[in-house]
Design a protein around this ligand. Sequence first.
Ligand SMILES: NC(=O)c1ccc[n+]([C@@H]2O[C@H](COP(=O)([O-])OP(=O)(O)OC[C@H]3O[C@@H](n4cnc5c(N)ncnc54)[C@H](O)[C@@H]3O)[C@@H](O)[C@H]2O)c1
Ligand SMILES: O=C(O)CC[C@@H](O)C(=O)O
Length: 526
Amino acid sequence: MSKVLVSDSIDQAGIDILSQVATVDVKIGLKPAELIEIIGEYDALMIRSSTRVTQEIIEAGTQLKIIGRAGVGVDNVDVPAATRRGIVVVNSPEGNTIAAAEHALAMILALSRHIPDANASVKRGAWDRNSFVGAEVYKKTLGVVGLGKIGSHVAAVAKTMGMKLLAYDPFISTERAEQLGCQLVELDLLFQQADYITLHIPKTPETTHLINATTLAKMKPTARIVNCARGGIIDEVALAAALKAGKIGGAALDVFESEPLGESELRSLGKEVILTPHLGASTAEAQVNVAIDVAEQIRDVILGLPARSAVNIPGLGPDVLEELKPYMQLAETLGNLVGQLAGGRVEVLNIRLQGELATNKSQPLIVAALKGLLYQALRERVNYVNASIEAKERGIRVIETRDASIRDYAGTLHLEATGTLGTHSVTGALLGEREIHLTDVDGFPINVPPSKYMLFTLHRDMPGIIGKLGSLLGSFNVNIASMQVGRKIVRGDAVMALSIDDPLPEGILDEIIKVPGIRDAYTVTL
Ligand SMILES: NC(=O)c1ccc[n+]([C@@H]2O[C@H](COP(=O)([O-])OP(=O)(O)OC[C@H]3O[C@@H](n4cnc5c(N)ncnc54)[C@H](O)[C@@H]3O)[C@@H](O)[C@H]2O)c1
Ligand SMILES: O=C(O)CC[C@@H](O)C(=O)O
């Protein structure tokens, strides 16, 4: 039975799902060295934001197939290291969207009305109604930085509170922003005009310290800034200095450059600063959502099924997966076949997407083709996660072309591999949406379903050759399940594709190419 380690606090709903297929150990608060010591026993690791999954931990996880992050951000996982090892990293992109958005909105209102400090003062026994005069958000300008899932929800709710909305997101269209009632503006203008600024962007090299002494200086002295996205987007030293100097009105932070927050000037500031310990996703509802979402994906991967929200399998979202799955199977089969026909080291893989495939996302098909191509060399070590990296490291150049014209099938995939031993090509299509058919080998038209063991010959189309090959195979006790000849002209060159019941015995290929008229023979296991 598979083993799953849960190293952060996860809702029981997730543990129950994992327990259907695996032995689940919940060990919270492990030190890195303790995790390294035990991770080698586990097939899957499920975490939230506390466990840092470093390269060292990944390397010690020799059995790991999947790392599940019950939340959005995977910045506590060394994703490149996991990818290299072929470990799928999954998250829950939407499970805590509402929770995080509501936390940001709560921060905006709490900052405006000094709720935390007013509450603390009453609890201390005071009744001070003068120190906590607030400000209304109605008719104020909210600048939303990052108009993705969380930013959009914040914008939608803020709109209903009567706020004017500015947004900055270089990857969002003006139409989308307008639908949300936001005016898309440059960042500097947002900084200059906003009364409230709320951050909903990932932490990337471009967004690290996006809020710094220079950008803080552009803001209104009354501006209040909220960060429920990621620590490090704000330079905390610069923020504390701006708050102390009155260059900015207030700040509410849920996330910090280093968590848990250690020594910080921010702790010493007054009611203009609100600090929460990374609570954005901490609602009962969100924790159930993310636990179920990620546990289901871990369960699926343990059962050999694909994960719907893998962050390190390019372009393989649930919708794409559903639509492209049969074609991915086709791409993988063709990759495996052309790799074996080409033999030796493949240097260039040409992939042509034809018909309806030409308008589809190509990345998953390319990954699947590379997985098939590398299977002979890497066996189970290659998967959808690491196929592209492995191909790149082997110097395989991928050239993609598209042709939207529809020929005999709705969509066909053509793979041509050039390597140290020459060039070979295969084309395939789906019949009835799922059944794979080979429609061309080395430019010769055929129409055969692939089978586990196959023999291909390149020969002269001449009388008696099929009989001779049949007798030879018979003398080696090889049973032919089906056979088809593909030729372009009568008595010219031809290809024979045979499905056989068992692997070819040692040495028979040498005998086959001795048959007069047969120029080459290739045996393939799919
Ligand atoms: N505090 C919490 O507990 C908590 C909970 C959930 C999510 N988060 C964090 O909130 C953030 C937003 O999450 P989401 O689910 O909305 O993500 P998302 O991917 O849906 O949205 C992010 C948006 O940021 C935009 N963006 C990227 N780079 C940008 C840049 N340089 N400038 C401006 N915009 C940029 C993208 O185009 C996208 O629209 C993430 O950092 C996530 O990790 C925090
Ligand atoms: O696990 C958490 O509580 C934090 C989650 C949040 O930061 C996220 O990125 O989803």
